[in-house]
Design a protein around this ligand. Structure first.
Ligand code: SF4
Length: 227
């Protein structure tokens, strides 16, 4: 992927990360509905907990929307207990699955049809679907170009001095959307690169700045290595 020259900071960052980590295949899911389930279950919890809940759900329902809908609320809560906030998340899962079946005939492309911002507004009307969940569903379940912002994104951009740190979710998302071509493959790769970098290098505590490929353009990292 090439951009115009000279590169704005978010384009330069993409190239630096892409060069360092290469192509990544991200959001671990076998189906679009599994992405939706994962996007709900991962709210306020670590992915390792989500995986345990997902195994339970897959065993019980093969992750078919109809089978999830056929579960009693109690049963669904029990299956997803490892993901935490299980009562709330069971309500959210039944809500979005009912909408998918009743209004979209179970078709996730229909759930996310039309202009991206319109589809996003539609998703945001569903209980339990906030901006990050809506963008994850659009990008990873429906392959629509909607940039996903998460805690890793905010941390990295703040350390790099691109953000001050208090910007709203929508302001950060808009920075990416306004700078990059509307390309779902690019957005997918960019978010995956940020996650990979955050996990392997720009960790919350004790970031590995000395070996970071971004050190030369990172004020926070340069401060860390001179301490
Ligand atoms: S230099 Fe350090 S703080 Fe800066 S991006 Fe790299 S790991 Fe993060």
């Amino acid at each position: 992927m090439t951009f115009s020259s000279p590169e704005p900071p978010l384009q330069r960052l993409f190239h630096q990360l892409d060069q360092a980590f290469g192509d990544l295949d991200w959001w671990p899911a076998d189906s679009a509905y599994e992405v939706i389930v994962g996007a709900i279950l991962t709210q306020n919890t670590a992915w390792t907990n989500v995986q345990m809940a997902m195994v339970n759900l897959k065993t019980a329902t093969k992750l078919s929307p109809q089978a999830v809908m056929a579960l009693s609320r109690d049963k669904l809560e029990t299956l997803i207990t490892p993901a935490g906030f299980f009562r709330q998340k069971a309500r959210y899962l039944h809500g979005i699955t009912a909408y998918l079946l009743d209004h979209c005939d179970g078709d996730i492309a229909r759930l996310c049809h039309g202009p991206v911002e319109d589809a996003r507004k539609r998703l945001l009307t569903l209980t339990g679907v906030g901006p990050e969940t809506a963008d994850s569903i659009l990008l990873y379940a429906a392959n629509r170009p909607s940039f996903v912002v998460d805690a890793y994104t905010r941390r990295l951009l703040t350390r790099l001095g691109i953000l001050q740190g208090r910007e709203s979710y929508d302001t950060i998302r808009q920075s990416f959307m306004a700078t990059l071509p509307a390309d779902a493959t690019l957005f997918n790769q960019y978010h995956a690169l940020i996650v990979e970098h955050a996990k392997t290098c720009c960790r919350k505590l004790a970031p590995l700045c000395e070996t970071c490929p971004l050190l030369s353009s990172c004020p926070h990292g340069q401060q860390e290595v001179t301490l």
